[in-house]
Design a protein around this ligand. Structure first.
Ligand code: FAD
Length: 456
């Protein structure tokens, strides 16, 4: 009898343990179920849906080259998998294990209805693989990373299968276009098409570009004007390249690879956090933050809109927010600056920012997004960062963001390397560019006063 492979954010053939296990068992029926209800408020946002469409096209193409194909279904994942299994007489469902709270629930439900065999393959090591002296999970990054390094590397990635045997008869499949994952009017995806090639081939190409530069990662990764980072995040999020493949590809490379590996460990750490604290995306881990006097959104609506549109009057923040809107991605240094600006200068609850990112990022990940927003806010289980208020006007020249601003805020492109970070201060603000929506000092004082009131 054939087996099903239940695909989710693991859209690759190489080092995909669920596909390999199913292939060893006989004929394989790869299935992707679009289940918008399962994740409730964390159903994929617009940018992720754009990515998903193209990634599914690519996956189907790769499967067809092996004599297989991708079956598409929409609706409740338990019901749909059961229906496909029934139609083809499948005994088993293979899948990679995912750690978002809704996938953990769904894995239980599918496991109750069908013979579900889960394999690892999302992370360097499964959450819980390393434990503190007391036997509990780690809460803080540095000791977590130190412990994880002791059990690495992950096992070497096997190659993709060169053939998949087909069932006697293929089950019914939806047409991808009917899912309407792509924007129509307005078509906001032009910048994304220009920047990205979703799918396993695109991921491999991105990796090979990055391998030429990984030696400079340490010195360039904080500079948004340069392509110093890998830009592999959406490929990793959709599982188009395995983390082990990446780990082995950079092994033995020079210097930069050590700090790059630390970033990959951040990703494991973030998943470890959402397993310990499934509500990390919607509840501050530090209780006092429940009492933080965030601004009322009726009153703050205009400021929030200005932030989303990149119209705050702070060029580095605006460049980041416009890069996000146009391309579905933002440089990590600028994510920190823009997030901090929202939460502190504008005193807007981090959850509004996290939601905007969720809808606009092509790499939107429940673990990474929630953990990083709580980290910037200081409401997470780790460092209390709230009183450390980043100054965007200092950060911008410090990380040499002039060219980055020129690219994303064209109305400032003519300004020189000094004035571009703060045109107002040089009396050079062009007519089409907004004045600062809040003064740095005033924003800082309001934030610190709110923090004091919270601690009250
Ligand atoms: P590289 O520097 O090349 O790093 C390689 C990989 O390591 C990344 O692809 C990513 O998978 C992982 N990584 C790097 N930095 C982090 C980090 N701080 N936390 C967790 N993993 C990391 N990353 C997401 O993947 N999805 C998100 O939704 C997301 N939201 C964020 C929200 C905020 C407010 C902030 C400050 C950061 C967020 N990040 C998120 C983390 C980070 O900004 C991105 O992973 C990174 O910019 C992706 O670019 P890259 O692939 O070029 O990174």
């Amino acid at each position: 009898a054939p087996s099903l492979v239940w695909l989710r954010q693991d859209l690759r053939l190489a080092d995909q343990a669920a596909i390999a296990a199913a292939a060893a068992d006989g004929p394989v029926v790869p299935v992707y179920v679009l289940d918008d209800a399962v994740a409730r408020q964390w159903a994929m946002g617009g940018a992720s849906r754009w990515w998903l469409h193209h990634s599914l096209v690519s996956m189907d193409r790769s499967l067809r080259a092996l004599g297989s194909r991708l079956i598409l279904r929409r609706g409740d994942c338990v019901e749909q998998l059961a229906a496909v299994a029934h139609q083809v007489g499948a005994r088993r469902v293979y899948a990679l294990r995912h750690y978002e709270p809704w996938w953990r629930n769904a894995q239980k439900s599918v496991g109750a209805a069908l013979d579900l065999c889960l394999r690892e393959g999302i992370l360097l090591a499964p959450p819980g693989a390393v434990r503190t002296g007391d036997g509990g999970p780690y809460k803080i990054y540095t000791p977590f990373a130190r412990a994880l390094e002791q059990i690495l590397p992950p096992s070497a990635p096997p190659p993709a299968p060169d053939r998949l045997s087909a069932p006697d008869q293929w089950p019914d499949s939806d047409q991808l276009d009917d899912w309407k994952l792509l924007p129509t009017r307005p078509d906001w995806a032009g910048g994304m098409r220009a920047e990205w090639t979703p799918g396993e081939d695109g991921a491999r190409a991105r990796l090979s570009d990055f391998l030429d530069n990984v030696g400079d990662y340490d010195s360039t990764r904080n500079l948004p004007s340069q392509e110093g980072t890998s830009r592999l995040s959406p490929h990793l999020h959709f599982g188009e390249i395995s983390i082990a493949t990446l780990w082995y590809a950079i092994k033995g490379r020079d210097q930069g690879s050590a700090s790059f590996r630390r970033e990959l460990i951040w990703r494991d750490y973030a998943h470890n956090q959402i397993v310990q604290f499934p509500a990390y995306g919607s509840e501050p881990a530090r209780e006092p933050f429940d009492a933080m006097p965030w601004r009322d959104m009726d009153e703050a609506a205009d400021d929030f809109a200005a932030w989303t549109k990149g119209q705050t009057g702070y060029p580095i923040v605006d460049a980041g927010m416009r890069q996000l809107w146009a391309s579905g991605w933002m440089h990590n240094r600028v994510r920190m600056i823009a997030a901090s600006f929202l939460v502190k200068h504008l005193l807007i609850d981090w959850r509004h920012g996290a939601r905007w990112f969720w809808d606009t990022l092509v790499d939107a990940s429940y673990a990474n997004n929630s953990v990083n927003w709580q980290w910037v806010t200081g409401s997470g289980v780790d460092a209390n960062m709230f009183p450390r208020i980043m100054a965007p006007l200092t950060q911008s020249p410090k990380f040499d963001a002039a060219d980055y601003i020129r690219q994303w805020v064209p109305e400032l492109a003519h300004l020189g390397d000094n004035a571009i970070h703060d045109p107002d201060a040089f009396g050079r603000r062009p007519a089409g560019y907004p004045a600062k929506i809040i003064d740095h000092r005033a924003g800082r004082q309001r934030a610190l006063a709110a923090f004091a009131a919270m601690k009250g």
